[in-house]
Design a binder for this molecule. Structure first.
Ligand SMILES: [Fe+2]
Length: 387
């Protein structure tokens, strides 16, 4: 994140003595850096040394079984058909992945009794349904429907729901950071006047009093397809203060300010985050194009070097019929796609759309898991036929 933030108690200078109340013992400084000390970083101050670990065990993790024989074709699948019991981590079902990202959903029906850290991937967590609180070693943020939570790798956190029914998350893990595109920012990092979001929309962790507790505290660490159960000697939220540019935050999809043109504008207009290997867009309600003869629906297109994934959130989607909330289309590279029969004609003269959707365009092909096979409409590829 491009913005400096300071929370809690920190010493006036870095790398200097910072004594506890007793004036004898030190708080423990931890620099959390990226790009080998050359990227953004934050500095946290702990009551206990952050390295105190008493046990490490490997645990199993359901990462989705690859569907090796998945054909190259158009896919439509309903993620609500695949529900697993568990919390925000253990209830995840992975549908798609490549070497740089994975796409999953979860229907959490319990809260975790452990802490979680993704060691290798940054997490984008979209709250489709449910309310609760995100807790972390940086502080807490209440969340609700439409919130898009960005959790940098290395963050220790939990997602706790208020109630245990009808919760739904859409999760994208990435091996490179989710960044606000450079063309939305000026040379100093501030968001430009014509960006679809502004600093006021971004919700940062609220300060929480540090937890000074000894005991056995479990921390699950995810490392690609593997996971490890660490037992820490103290509560991990023992941070008295931190400052820097690296921290989790929330941006709600309803705060995205979409652009409208005289003629149809392509998906990069709806960009929210980019990474080195894919982009993520927000489609939001907006008036349609204002040329008197405009066709608001998209034209057929072949994006020859991107796989296009759309997660349908709410409303009636412009170019597809019979699309259910919580379902996904995957239109892979190599074959053209576009509106289904009648949707182009239907869009002419329409004034606007009430759709909410999230698009992920990956620059490397995605591998489907058996969860796609088990939840897909096998006839979707024929949906462009008129009879
Ligand atoms: Fe497309």
């Amino acid at each position: 994140m491009a913005f400096y933030h300071k929370s809690g108690k920190i010493p006036p200078k870095k790398h200097t003595t910072f004594y506890k109340e007793d004036k004898k013992s030190l708080y423990w400084e931890e620099l959390v850096s990226s790009k080998g000390f050359s990227g953004i970083y934050s500095i946290k101050y702990h009551i206990h040394e952050p390295t105190k670990t008493t046990k490490i065990e490997e645990i199993s993790l359901d990462n989705g079984v690859a569907w090796d024989k998945s054909p190259l074709m158009y896919y439509y699948f309903d993620t609500d058909k695949k529900k697993s019991d568990g919390d925000f981590l253990s209830a995840r079902n992975v549908f798609l992945r490549n070497n740089h990202c994975s796409i999953a959903t979860a229907h959490p029906n319990k809260n975790p009794d452990y802490f979680y850290r993704n060691a290798f991937a940054h997490e984008y967590i979209f709250v489709h349904r449910g309310k609760g609180i995100f807790t972390s070693d940086y502080g807490s943020i209440p969340f609700g429907p439409g919130d898009q939570l960005i959790v940098p790798l290395g963050t220790t956190f939990q997602i706790l729901f208020d109630t245990m029914d009808n919760n739904k998350l859409f999760i994208v893990e990435s091996d490179t950071p989710f960044e606000i595109p450079k063309h939305y920012r000026n040379d100093d990092g501030q968001l430009l006047e014509n960006a679809p979001l502004c600093e006021r929309d971004i919700v940062l962790p609220e300060y929480c009093d540090p937890v000074d507790k000894k005991g056995d505290f479990r921390l699950f660490l995810k490392a690609n397809g593997r996971a490890f159960d660490y037992t820490l000697e103290h509560h991990p939220y023992d941070v008295v203060g931190w400052d820097g540019h690296l921290y989790p935050f929330i941006f709600n999809i309803k705060d995205y300010a979409p652009k409208v043109g005289k003629l149809h504008l392509p998906p990069p207009t709806h960009l929210l985050f980019d990474t080195q290997h894919f982009v993520l867009c927000n489609f939001c309600p907006r008036p349609f194009d204002f040329h008197p003869d405009a066709i608001p629906a998209p034209y057929f297109h072949s994006n020859v070097d991107s796989d296009e994934v759309i997660y349908y959130v709410e409303g009636e989607f412009l170019s597809r019929k019979g699309v259910k909330e919580g379902s996904v289309t995957l239109h892979p590279m190599g074959i053209p796609h576009g509106p289904q029969p009648g949707k182009i004609e239907e869009s002419i003269g329409k004034k606007g759309t009430n759709e909410y959707a999230i698009m992920v365009d990956t620059f490397e092909p995605l591998q489907a898991t058996l969860n796609v096979r088990d939840t897909m409409d096998p006839k979707y590829f024929k949906s462009w036929l008129t009879e």
